[in-house]
Design a protein around this ligand. Structure first.
Ligand code: PLP
Length: 444
């Protein structure tokens, strides 16, 4: 822009227009319209009546219970290593399972698309349509997942919330595993269906509930396939049999399994041979696929229903097209480089076995997510801190992400880790075990 012109910009017509519009407002609101052209400083004054004072007390209470979270900053890209608040770590915290988040092939695909399709999507796809990259991605996802159709959401969270709430409502019943991800939990709550939570993985308890609620208009079972904090799998064979036997819909969230499990990398449903019995499969592009966004795949009718009824789709601006292009590049790599998932699962199995032998409570993991359950939040913070002092990043996971008394270190492996890195982790864990420690203090 020509700076000279900008400097001499005449604001009088804008101010006149604002004054004109203010006349249309009820009297008591006219002050608001007048306040609009004020310089930024004036607008940043905080009201004397601080209606948010309660927050300080709540934050202090969280800190006292070792449950306060603080944001940190990382510099540059994250991968097998991570520079966090100026300190370098081996990174065992991220969900970049195939090591694709910083892969230059994804970045190149995104850069090329930025030049053609721009940065933002402008509006909901229902208002301005989808970009070429969105359409290509949806076609590729349907092909990859071997379903009639697929639909891309702005995140896995949005896909779950929007889909569950679009499928059931008042008069319906939804059955949800006790350890499901927050996005499924919130989808159930928003749906206004009756929510029945069954104990984790307990399909027999689920069957009892299904029998009790046989009169509900529609019934939907929702489950993660691979549980993000325990690394174990849902009993998908039994769940799909129950869904068939009782005439229920079955929704499976493959967020942590897409790209990792199955011969073709489609997830745990592929691995366990139940894809055709699962009506609604959801995945995310943000974890193993190294990009961002979520997707639903299934029948054409399902996708058309979601286009019309999933509020997180209808009322939200589409994913940036460049990110869709990066996700397509990631799908190519899932197909072309199957050794990534094979090696990841081999190494994960080996790590879990080693840690079990050393006496850690590793839990029922069968995957790249290796939790070390330690009980109290403070202990998890202490261990995470001691590892950080040794250059290892393994985040402490505390309630409400896990049940009270089940705080843990969540170690997630990536194809980007090599054997030497995993050995460093094991050695550091050996060093910190049993030591008296103080919690990790993030630098301010
Ligand atoms: C099981 C599960 N589903 C969905 C999501 C949300 O996916 P996204 O991060 O793409 O929003 C997560 C994220 O952690 C998850 O763990």
């Amino acid at each position: 822009m020509d700076n000279g012109r900008a400097a001499s910009l005449d604001l009088a017509p804008v101010e006149a227009a604002i004054a004109e519009r203010a006349k249309l407002l009820p009297k008591e609101h006219r002050g608001i319209a007048k306040a609009l052209p004020q310089p930024p400083d004036a607008r940043m004054q905080i009201s004397e009546h601080n209606s948010l004072a309660w927050i300080d007390a709540e934050l202090s209470a969280l800190a006292e219970r070792d449950l306060l979270r603080r944001l940190m900053a990382h510099e540059g890209a994250q991968g097998a290593t991570l520079s966090l608040d100026g300190r370098a770590f081996l990174n065992f915290g991220s969900n970049d399972y195939l090591g694709l988040a910083a892969d230059p092939r994804l970045a190149d695909a995104a850069k090329q698309t930025l030049d053609h399709e721009g940065c933002g999507s402008g509006a909901s796809p229902l208002i301005v349509g989808r970009a070429e990259s969105h359409q290509r991605l949806e076609r590729r996802l349907a092909e990859f997942e071997q379903t009639e159709a697929a639909l891309v959401f702005t995140s896995g969270f949005a896909a779950n919330v929007g889909t569950v709430a679009a499928l059931v409502g008042s008069g319906d019943a939804v059955f949800s595993d006790a350890l499901n991800h927050a996005s499924l939990v919130d989808g159930c709550r928003l749906s206004r269906a009756e929510v029945h939570v069954y104990p984790h993985g307990d399909w027999r308890a689920l069957e009892t509930l299904l029998q009790k609620k046989a009169a509900a208009r529609r019934r939907l079972i929702v489950t993660d396939s691979l549980f993000s904090m325990d690394g174990d799998l849902a009993p998908l064979v039994e769940l799909s049999e129950l869904a068939q036997k009782h005439g229920c819909m079955l929704l499976v969230d493959e967020a942590h399994a897409t790209g990792v499990f199955g011969n073709q990398g489609r997830g745990a449903c592929e691995w366990l041979g139940v894809e055709r019995q699962v009506d609604i499969r959801i995945g995310t592009l943000s974890k193993a696929l190294g990009a961002a966004g979520g997707f639903v795949c299934g029948s054409r009718a399902l996708i058309e229903w979601l286009v019309n009824r999933a509020r997180t789709y209808v009322f939200s601006t589409a994913l940036p097209p460049a990110i869709a292009a990066a996700a397509i590049a990631a799908l190519d790599l899932v197909r072309e480089e199957p050794q990534r998932r094979a090696q990841l699962l081999d190494r994960s199995r080996h790590l879990a076995d080693t840690l079990r032998e050393q006496g850690w409570q590793v839990g029922p993991t069968v995957s790249q997510i290796v939790p070390l359950v330690v009980g109290e939040a403070r202990r998890a913070l202490e261990l995470s801190g001691a590892l950080a002092e040794r250059g290892i990043w393994a985040p402490a996971i505390r309630p409400p992400s896990v049940p009270a008394g089940a705080a843990r270190l969540r170690i997630s492996l990536s194809f980007a880790h090599d054997d030497a890195m995993v050995e460093r982790l094991v050695n550091a864990l050996n060093e910190v075990r049993g030591a008296a420690l103080s919690p990790f203090a993030p630098r301010k």
